[in-house]
Design a protein around this ligand. Structure first.
Ligand code: BG6
Length: 502
């Protein structure tokens, strides 16, 4: 999957925003520090605010120093290759100015005509910017690549995602488009592919005959973080499930691809999305979806207010900050295996995990001796934090009789000599520079994922008031989500802070 890097410019639209300072520049700086940018790739920030190159550099330096306090001189060296251009994003004239600036930088630094555009702007500009770029021929690849990275949200439903895809595909072909889903850039998510397809021992068990249920969740301890304007319009299902968690589910449930390349991998995850059983009736939704909002509570000793107390949230908001959904995949491998997907803000413990609960032995005689419920093997893939993989099994306690004891066998990334995990954006930006879109969402997959969740969000928009439950901040979520699992004798794994020793 390694492609060649060549020189060029990374043009970041929305450069005065939070994402550029918090994630994008630190990720590119980290690549710079590791010498991963083997060819010169300079950065041009673009936004409406009137800033000089030096103003922009000073702002970026502040934020880089938070993460890299020891690297002041390297930061200065890096920032000398970072530029800024203020433009009127709605006017042709703005893009003409931008084009001149790109040419000037290219000439001054003797760069190839490669351009990676990063849209880190409000989604309404996903129409405006690409068509203006195309007017100037900045989508033409005769003299070098022209690629476009698009941040989420990619549409708000299937219709808007299709419309946006159609719009972008007028100017750029699919190989030039990089729809970012930063979960796919996480080291541990990519490791899922290796874990599944480089080890022969798990694959024979990876199906409905041996697996009782699968749990995929991203529990967050943080709240809204001043994003009420966006979040209250969207909610947890659109924010996390339609993209990050369904992409994870795709990798957990897919068939082995023909090759480890973008086309084959993305074909297989698409088949999973196409096979997910759709929610057709109100009954389907009521039985398989639990949504809730956080109330006041205590997280790690700190009292936190309720969702409705957050600034910018409507007093009668029914937006979900928690969602748990039971999916089924109608194919041979996964017939009748529930995939429980959940996410929530202000939960007790931040943890993203994939949990595979294997079936119990057909005749549980040790359980009968001890009068305990059937013992089940569990495989936990901890995506973050404290990354690792743990498999639990039963052993005999030393001494008379057959008393069983549950133990774990584990692999922990902290045991690797290389302790730091590359940030998701680092990997994804490097891949985009190299033209590898394996870890980016393809148009048909994005549309299929919206198609899965559209009926749910549409139902909630009308019946949110009846459907929404509550949970105290700092808890593991609403009891209704526990009930959804206990109906089938299942139970959520509730993650702990220390993965290694718990
Ligand atoms: C973003 C969501 O896409 O992912 C946020 O918009 C969420 O609401 C974030 O907090 C979670 O990402 P991570 O990498 O911290 O798990």
């Amino acid at each position: 999957m390694q492609h060649k890097l060549s020189s060029g410019i990374i043009v970041i639209f929305g450069a005065s925003g939070d994402l550029t300072a918090r994630k994008l520049l630190p990720a590119i700086f980290s690549l710079y520090l590791q010498n991963s940018l083997t060819e010169k790739n300079l950065i041009l920030g673009v936004a409406r605010s009137k800033l000089s190159d030096d103003d922009f550099r000073a702002k970026m330096k502040e934020s880089l120093l938070i993460e890299y306090p020891e690297n002041g001189s390297k930061i200065d060296e890096f920032l000398s290759q970072v530029f800024y251009q203020a433009i009127d994003i709605y006017k042709d004239k703005g893009y003409a100015i931008l084009n001149d600036r790109i040419d000037a930088i290219k000439k001054a630094y003797d760069l190839q005509s490669n351009l990676l555009f990063y849209l880190s702007t409000p989604p309404s500009l996903y129409y405006e910017i690409p068509s203006h770029l195309a007017k100037l021929g900045l989508n033409e690849q005769s003299d070098g690549y022209k690629r476009l990275i698009i941040e989420k949200p990619f549409g708000v439903d299937e219709t808007s995602a299709c419309k946006l895809n159609k719009h972008l595909l007028q100017y750029f072909d699919e190989s030039q488009l990089f729809r970012i889903d930063h979960y796919l850039g996480k080291e541990t998510v990519q490791n899922l592919l290796v874990f599944r397809f480089a080890n022969a021992i798990f694959e024979p068990l990876w199906n409905a005959s041996h697996i009782e249920n699968v749990q995929i969740y991203a529990n967050e301890a943080i709240g809204l973080e001043s994003r009420a304007g966006y979040y209250d319009q969207n909610g947890a299902i659109r924010d996390m499930i339609q993209n990050h968690l369904l992409q994870l589910l795709g990798i957990v449930a897919m068939e082995a691809p023909a090759k480890m390349d973008a086309y084959s991998i993305r074909n297989e995850t698409l088949k999973v999305f196409q096979s997910i059983r759709r929610f057709k009736t109100a009954k389907d939704i009521k039985e398989n979806v639990v949504v809730a909002q956080y109330e006041a509570g205590c997280i790690q000793g700190e009292i936190k207010g309720s969702y409705k107390d957050e600034e910018g949230v409507a007093a009668n908001s029914t937006t979900e900050t928690y969602a748990a959904i039971r999916f089924f995949i109608d194919n041979w491998r996964w017939h009748d295996v529930p995939f429980y997907v959940r996410t929530g803000k202000r939960l007790k413990q931040r943890a993203t995990e994939v949990v595979i609960n294997f079936k119990a032995t057909p005749h549980p005689f040790f359980s009968q001796i001890q009068k305990i419920t059937k013992f089940k093997n569990q495989l936990v893939i901890r995506i973050q934090p404290d990354e690792g993989i743990k498999l639990s099994f039963a052993v005999k306690e030393p001494g008379a009789g057959f008393k069983t004891h549950e133990v774990d066998m584990g692999f922990y990334y902290s045991d690797f000599a290389q302790k730091t995990m590359p940030a998701a954006y680092e990997r994804l930006i490097l891949d985009a520079l190299q033209g590898d879109n394996t870890l980016f969402a393809r148009n048909d997959a994005v549309e299929a994922c919206w198609n899965i969740i559209d009926p749910i969000v549409q139902y909630l928009s009308k019946h949110g008031k009846e459907m929404i439950h509550t949970y105290p901040s700092g808890s593991n979520g609403p009891k209704e989500a526990d009930n959804m699992l206990s109906e089938r004798g299942h139970q959520w794994r509730n993650p702990t802070s220390q993965f290694k020793n718990n």
